[in-house]
Design a binder for this molecule. Structure first.
Ligand code: ARG
Length: 495
């Protein structure tokens, strides 16, 4: 391996964060591209499987094959898996207590080195599993026994499961935080109301709190989906070996307990081949992205001059390089745009897994980048949108002005007639005719309604500003009292 490649490898370490890590640290590979040789490679690169091979790997193979640039962010999970494995090996008598302790101490050093950025990556470190085992063995000769009864196939599945569990917990907390922001804005909205829309045409006035909580309930289903994905992720697969278990007396239930997994695999083939939990998590994340894109779109519309329903805080808006008057809702637009990227991660991953024969195939290495990218994308989008929504000013006078069109109360008029005994279809026609006549200029809707003996003054009062919104008092409806009950249900749901 040429020396400069080693140096480039050591750059990766700077990018390793304590949690999460940097989404950019998978760019390292492309720097090597000019060096790719068609043949040759590095005769001195000693692979894990070097015994079987006479020559070293080609450069092209290494660059395509290596996953270290992106899987190094699972170093804590990899080390946790190794701790559990050597603890199990000692429990069943395969390792001596002193060997286990030596390996555990070396693993502590390796974790510290990687976390602090002093770890020296070697050219032969094709992935995080290889790197951790190599360095552990350098520090402690008994490290040569740590891979007993284990394969990178059950090891990587374990690492990804552990990483996914913490990611699900982190994203769940951020979704909850956004729900609390929506709740506090809904409470602050009081009795403010705005037009509700279908087809983006004014439909019926609704409380602003009602509208904000609609987004909050969507996010509640996301939390539920994350919990569902978590349940299927929370299964230990360490001890499945490469695919078929082991002839050694391993006890996978020990490593399961060590790692705190709730479940244990039933079938070693399925254990190493299963990536359903990645798909489940990507789907849950994608749905969050889809929901955030809908919130984003509403904020974009509401912030337009034509609507003017919200004024965005400067800290969460951008300006134009040319047009001095501009204030742009970039965060909301990115929230809308990132949905596409998340859908790409989900569908790309599913396409990689589709049709794979049992058990492990290298295609499955393609699970990590979409998963990491989806988590990074959703994390950032949630944080930015939360900040944007919590600092937004709702222009409630402007909203009311738009919602006060008497036409928006037409359905309430029809329901008034129904309450007085008319069939709904007939009531719809009566009110529809008044609307048409008003639009044709035969009089204001209020005058036409007042003059109709089936409706009269009492019905015309429904057309007054702010009245119709108070009339839809049914469960989950848009009136202030129905919304007050809903606010309590929402608070309970997210507490
Ligand atoms: N880097 C690999 C991955 O991410 C680890 C498993 C490799 N297993 C193997 N048999 N080559 O999937």
């Amino acid at each position: 391996m040429p020396e400069e490649s080693e140096a480039e490898r050591s750059e990766h370490v700077d990018d390793v964060g304590m949690s999460g890590g940097s989404p950019d640290n998978n760019t390292g590979n492309s720097e090597h591209v000019d060096d790719v040789g068609m043949s040759g490679g590095s005769p001195d690169r000693k692979q894990l499987w070097h015994g079987r091979f006479a020559g070293g790997p080609s450069e092209a193979l290494q660059q395509l094959n290596d996953s270290l640039p992106f899987d190094q962010r699972m170093f804590r999970e990899d080390i946790a898996g190794s701790r559990a494995h050597v603890t199990m090996l000692e429990s069943v008598g395969i390792l001596a207590a002193a060997e286990r302790d030596g390996i555990l101490s070396a693993l502590d050093v390796v974790e510290e080195e990687i976390a602090s950025g002093t770890f020296e990556w070697a050219a032969s470190d094709e992935d995080i599993h290889t790197a951790v085992e190599r360095r552990t063995t350098e520090l402690e000769p008994a490290g040569a026994k740590m891979h007993t009864g284990r394969s990178r196939n059950d090891q990587v599945a374990t690492d990804v499961r552990l990483w996914t569990l913490q990611a699900i917990d982190e994203i769940t907390d951020l979704v909850r935080a956004l729900q609390w922001t929506l709740l506090s804005q809904a409470e602050a909205a009081g009795d403010a109301y705005l037009p509700g829309y279908t087809h983006l045409q004014q439909a019926q006035p609704v409380a602003l709190a009602h509208h904000l909580l609609a987004h909050g309930w969507m996010l509640n289903r996301d939390v539920d989906r994350l919990a569902d994905a978590r349940r299927r992720t929370d299964v230990s697969v360490l001890g499945a070996g490469a695919l078929a278990g082991s002839s050694l007396p391993l006890d996978p239930s020990i490593s399961q307990k060590e790692l705190g997994f709730s479940g244990l695999f039933d079938n070693s083939l399925d254990a190493v081949a299963d990536r359903d939990f990645v798909a489940d998590t990507l789907y849950a994340l994608t749905m969050i992205g889809v929901h955030l894109s809908r919130i984003g779109e509403e904020l974009i519309i509401w912030a337009s001059t034509e609507f003017g329903f919200v004024t965005l805080d400067d800290a969460f808006s951008t300006g134009s390089s040319m047009m001095p008057q501009k204030k742009n809702p970039d965060i909301a637009e990115l929230a809308r745009g990132k949905g596409g990227r998340l859908i790409g991660n989900l569908t790309g991953f599913l396409a990689s897994v589709k049709g794979l024969p049992l058990t492990y195939n290298k295609d499955m290495q393609e699970d990590k980048e979409p998963l990491f990218d989806a988590v990074d994308t959703v994390r950032l989008t949630l944080l930015a949108l939360d900040g944007m929504i919590s600092t937004t000013t709702f222009n409630t006078e402007r909203m009311a002005e738009q919602a006060n069109s008497p036409y928006a109360a037409a359905t309430d008029l029809a329901e008034y007639l129904v309450a007085n005994g008319m069939a709904f279809r007939d009531a719809h026609a009566v009110v529809g005719e008044h609307v048409r006549h008003a639009l044709e200029g035969q009089g204001t809707l209020v005058d036409l309604v007042s003059a109709d003996e089936r409706l009269g003054e009492e019905a015309a009062a429904i057309l007054q500003p702010g009245v119709s919104v108070t009339r839809r008092t049914t469960h989950g409806g848009g009136s202030p009292e129905a919304v007050a009950a809903q606010l309590e249900r929402f608070r309970t749901a997210i507490s």
